[in-house]
Design a binder for this molecule. Structure first.
Ligand code: HEM
Ligand code: HEM
Length: 166
């Protein structure tokens, strides 16, 4: 979340495409959480996996790779849209927003990489995959709390990610 500092407002106007991709990724990450529990069942040597578990495993793999691609595109779009250089003396909320947003980009991309490595290259990387899930949960919780804070303040930051409230 970005804020204001002494009238020095850092504008971050998002295009409809950026907003759509933000919510698309949120939806996909929710799906990743849901489908992840089917994966251990497909690797159970004692019980044959159900059709539904196999489909969920496949969805987890392909949707996970898709999230990586969309996050990379979002990073490029964000970079292109920060046309104005930010002021040298950023407010505390600006710094926190940059750290949490940057952390979310990084954690999600690391999560995708760790999932890919676990599946195709080196099984023990599952520990790293589980670790980055915890990191995403912590950062997303802070992010959502900040969104709620801005919503109650009515400072316009929350509206930036709501397509019909622009
Ligand atoms: C795991 C889920 C989420 C992820 C990974 C995520 C990620 C991000 C990232 C990376 C940005 C910065 C975009 C940029 O400047 O390039 C952002 C902005 C934003 N997000 Fe999320 N987000 C998630 C969930 C949510 C939720 C649930 C809400 C609302 C309750 C929300 C509200 C916002 C708002 C209002 C902004 C704009 C902030 C600003 O302009 O400073 N996000 N999100
Ligand atoms: C942002 C994208 C992703 C998210 C949010 C995500 C989330 C999760 C979660 C929450 C788990 C359960 C972790 C645990 O507590 O044990 C999991 C497991 C797993 N994920 Fe992902 N995942 C993502 C991407 C991927 C990708 C791209 C792949 C493969 C190409 C993948 C492969 C796996 C595998 C194989 C497991 C099971 C690991 C085990 O056996 O313990 N994931 N994922």
């Amino acid at each position: 979340m970005t804020g204001t500092s002494g009238g020095n407002h850092v504008q971050r106007p998002y295009t409809q495409l950026q907003i759509a991709l933000h919510w698309f990724v949120v939806l996909l990450i929710f799906g990743q959480w849901y489908t992840s529990s089917a994966i251990p069942r497909t690797h159970n040597p004692l019980l044959p996996p159900s059709e539904s578990d196999l489909i969920q495993h496949a969805i987890h793999t392909y949707a996970g790779v898709l999230i990586g691609g969309v996050m990379a595109i979002r990073l490029m779009l964000a970079h292109a849209s920060y046309r104005r250089r930010p002021p040298m003396h950023l407010a505390l909320t600006e710094r926190l927003a940059s750290i949490v947003h940057g952390g979310l980009y990084l954690a999600v991309l690391c999560q995708v990489t760790a999932g890919f490595v676990t599946t195709y290259l080196w099984g023990p990387a599952r520990v790293i995959h589980a670790f980055f899930w915890d990191v995403i949960l912590i950062l997303a919780s802070v992010h959502i709390a900040a969104a709620a804070y801005h919503l109650t303040r009515g400072d316009g930051v929350f509206r930036r990610m709501i397509p019909w409230l622009r």
